[in-house]
Design a protein around this ligand. Structure first.
Ligand code: NAD
Length: 506
């Protein structure tokens, strides 16, 4: 893997198989969120670098070998990439930890999941029939529906799961035979840069995989509007996602959007009837809200708990939230890292402030922690925060905070629980906790969210589609639908016995 000195020397923009610096010569320091100190320098690309990368991807699609490479060879290459990711797991996991502020163990798990995505899409395409023969109603016609790559894909990704979110786009895009330009978040580009090297090492032809490091308003915006881009797949916030959709609309590009969430975690009292049940529901609610400091699109940030168990539940979750060990993700024993940036922490602080003004009751956190050896004062740390007595008119309940903040609402009936859980403009994910199997299925059926967990929170499967209802997005990643996003469908109708039709007599 290239170290920071090599990155600085060669640049982090990859177009047509060559690493380069930005055309402008501009660079950006990448900060470790645990101490706010720079630990790498990347090229700060702009529209000119984007145009070069798109031109390379266009040439590689129109003239290069990848779209015409047999499916078995494409699948074999993706499997080689998975093996290389596993080989570099320690280094990549550490890099993800330093870049995004997560613990090293979380970084390692991310890399395993990235390798799984490459393996999944390799197996999916390798096992497919090459087309679907359809019955044309006559033996004189052979009619077949085939899938072809879309073309040049622009892939724009966020900072919370940098390489994982990129892999959910890159693996299916390549499996389907496309070429691409990826734009990672300007805050966390390093593992995506490293992946481009692994793709090259695995044998991907030059120009197939391109990357431009740089900001959203220049590189991302240019990618979204570029006339030579055929598809834009974006993961990020609602505001930027809306801009991407608007920029892509005049070109009638295919657009996929994976946006934010405000995810309900609904706990019925019957789930807490035994000590084990109570312990499990509390433990998972803690995990749902605070893993990666709540910077997770599917974070269970809204605890919606049955009134009769509220006091016991909230007391226990607040007690455990206070004991979460915060610190630099690379320190032994640390359970939760800092927020990703000063800006992100300021946003979280503003939400907590507004909630308290609107009447929420602080049960834990609500402030920056005391500095310590594991927690430098300059790091962007914030304590896991539990806000009780919340209601749906509060901003903190309606908007995505994207930080370690759990709000608590209560209900009395099943209908009320469902109404609260669905009362959001988003619809990414939600969970229901209950010991009653019938209720579990009833509630899951009524939740308007793209993923519903019953007596669990957070797991996903590469073979199951991921995405949102409502303003959580358009389209799906993972699963067969996650591959279909990167394909055009073509009907080939062959007349085996052509004759004149004589529609016109003359
Ligand atoms: P963001 O919207 O600020 O940025 C995402 C990406 O878009 C970055 O690469 C950024 O540079 C780029 N960008 C910004 N403005 C742009 C523009 N005008 N045109 C084109 N690109 C632009 O999001 P973020 O803060 O990096 O990530 C957090 C958000 O991502 C949260 O809302 C979270 O819920 C969401 N997210 C969703 C999923 C999902 O699967 N649905 C997964 C992870 C994160």
């Amino acid at each position: 893997m290239a170290d920071s000195t090599e990155l600085r020397a060669r640049g982090t923009i990859h177009a047509g198989g060559e690493w380069r610096a930005a055309v402008s010569g501009a660079t950006r320091e990448i900060l470790d969120p645990a101490d706010a100190l720079p630990f790498a320098v990347v090229a700060e690309g702009d529209e000119r670098d984007t145009d070069l990368a798109v031109a390379a991807a266009r040439r590689a699609f129109d003239e290069g070998p990848w779209p015409r490479t047999p499916v078995a060879e494409r699948a074999a290459l993706l499997r080689r990439v998975a093996a290389l990711l596993t080989r570099d797991r320690e280094e990549l996991g550490l890099l993800e930890s330093r870049d995004a502020g997560k613990t090293v163990e979380e970084g390692r798990v991310d890399i395993d999941c990235v390798a799984d995505a490459f393996r999944y899409f390799a197996d999916l395409v390798a096992g497919e029939a090459p087309g679907r023969v359809v019955d044309a109603g006559t033996p004189d016609v052979h009619s077949v529906v085939v899938h072809e790559p879309v073309g040049v894909c622009a892939l724009i990704t966020p900072w919370n799961y940098p390489l994982l979110q990129a892999s959910w786009k890159i693996a299916p895009a390549l499996a389907a035979g496309n070429t691409f330009v990826v734009k990672p978040s300007e805050i966390t580009p390093l593992t995506t840069v490293a992946l481009i090297d692994l793709l090259t090492e695995a044998g991907l032809p030059a120009g197939t995989a391109n990357i431009v490091t740089g900001p959203g308003h220049t590189v991302g915006a240019r990618l979204a509007e570029h006339p030579d881009v055929d598809l834009v797949s974006f993961t990020g916030g609602l505001v930027s996602g809306t801009k991407v959709a608007q920029a892509a609309a005049p070109g009638v590009k295919k657009v996929a959007l994976e946006l934010g969430g405000k995810n309900p975690n609904v706990v019925f009292a019957d789930a807490c009837a035994t000590d084990d049940g109570f312990d499990t529901a509390v433990d998972q609610a803690l995990n749902a809200a605070f893993i990666h400091s709540g910077q997770v699109c599917s974070a269970g940030a809204r605890l919606i708990v049955e009134e009769t168990v509220r006091d016991r539940f909230v007391t226990e979750i607040a007690r455990r939230a206070e004991r979460i060990r915060l610190g630099r993700g690379t320190e032994d024993g640390v359970e939760c890292g800092p927020l990703v940036s000063a800006q992100q922490r300021a946003k979280v602080e503003a939400y907590v402030e507004s909630a308290l003004q609107e009447g929420a009751v602080l049960r834990s956190g609500g402030k920056r922690p005391e500095p310590s050896a594991a927690r430098p004062e300059a790091g962007y740390f914030y304590e896991p925060t539990v806000l009780d007595r919340c209601h749906r008119e509060m901003r903190v309940v309606r908007e995505e905070v994207f930080g370690p903040v759990l709000t608590v609402e209560t209900f009395r009936t099943e209908d009320e629980a469902v109404a609260l859980a669905n009362d959001t403009e988003y619809g990414l994910a939600g969970a229901v906790w209950t010991a009653d199997a019938g209720r579990a299925r009833r509630v899951a059926g009524r939740l308007r969210h793209g993923t519903v967990w019953i007596n669990d929170f957070h797991p996903y499967l590469p073979q199951a589609e991921w995405g949102g209802f409502g303003r959580s997005g358009v389209g799906r990643e993972l699963g067969p639908a996650g591959l279909a996003e990167y394909r055009e469908t073509k009907h080939v109708y062959q007349n085996l016995a052509p004759r004149p039709v004589r529609w016109f007599a003359g």
